[in-house]
Write a protein that binds this ligand. Sequence first.
Ligand SMILES: [Zn+2]
Length: 509
Amino acid sequence: MMMIIKGACPNCGGPITEKRLRAGLPCNKCLPDKYLKEVREKGLRHVITSLGKAKGLVNVFLLEDELKEFEEFFHSLTGKKFWSIQKAWARRILARESFALIAPTGVGKTTLLQTYAIFRAVKGAEVLYIVPTRELMKQVISSLKTLSGEKVPILDSEQFKKMRDDLPKGRIDVLTHAFIFRNKDMFDGKRYSLVVVDDFDALLKSSSLIDLILKALGISDEGIELARKVVALKSELYFHKYAGNEEKVNEVSTKLYETELMLANAIGLESVGQLLIASATGRAKGTRIKVLRELLGFEVGSIMDYLRNIVELVSPAEEVDLADLIKRLEGGTLVFVSKELGISEAKRVTEYLNSRGIKAAIANSRKPLEWLREGKADVLVGVSTYYGILTRGIDEPLRIYNTVFWGVPKFEFNLESLLTNPRGLAKALYEVSKKGYELGEEEKYILRAFSRLSPGKLKVLQGGLRGYVELEGYLKELKERTEAIIPKVLNFISRYVAENGKFVTGSYI
Ligand SMILES: [Zn+2]
């Protein structure tokens, strides 16, 4: 069977077969079959250009040129070549996408971002580089200066303050959150083509700082306002969907569509700058991130998006001999022992591997990481927690090839705290209703009520449900009616688990 996909030819935007798409080729109108051999010999770019048929692909070719230029620039500054992940990031960066580079420290995020900042500044762009502390400000400046060989002006907060009315073009301002926060008025009317943010979490705590960055990137107050409205409408839509209120779904969808159009008009994407964020965890949630997504197409990706050249296998623990398994693996291995098995199991596993002649060490400090680097250990064993030594800050791509989870890695979360979050409760109601829980008038009432609340009000309600704030009036009533539902859902789930052994949901709630 041949699948034809409408509007997907990367060159003309016409229909194209799946096979061509997979091969990275344009449709057969753009590139008739008889030229395929020539493409194999001389490359797509050469053939399609000489046929005079390059349309949409011109952008791809330009991007290729820029990538090559940037790669050479990177090499001349750092003496290094791109890692594959840096190359994948570089493509998106050069396409002027705004996004978060999420990866543990040591993968080369910072080097890439700093080189790119210099690359842009050399070409005359204004770059703002935001760091969390003064200490880091000094570090970043010294590293930027070393990399750039003083090719571009790099200003710290003192210099920025002094020169603020007469700033040179093509420069990098390295400033702290606190400085920007205290001197907001200095940024009135300042525009940046690129804003780089080191450390996400601190930034997300301040809505006014985000607004300032957005304005510096060329987004109007109106644009920010409309983006907030889009986020609120999407949240409203979410509840209507779970409440099964089709009329409302249609009404809100229409409103959402109109607002999105207004937003698109208000932004004028060509003139908006680029926002790049470096983060080690990428655990970004909440309304502020959503506003960024609406305004900049900002996506919080994960390292997994790029490193999918991974084979995943599962086998029952009783059928596997860990030592036999590890002996068959190439390169270094991390063994993650499931949390509930604990440190004693991690010790047992380590001793067992040692007894079988494998150089294994338990990762209870940073020392074993050095052993791994130096080849004194081939296997590190740890308990799988989110902030464990093995999870964070390991930078040994040349040593670590395999990861073995001994016991299923899992997240534990508190069901009660999930149900006191209106979104969580709505999703849970949807899941239990599929398993025989009957949604009564009260359930439908609260779902409808949630759908009418702004994201801010929902947060307040959640605070009330968790006993953090005293509510009044309507929200108090809604809180009480919600509280009457929560134990019913809890009971249903515990009964269900008692009878069936587990409660499987469509997605994690
Ligand atoms: Zn085509």
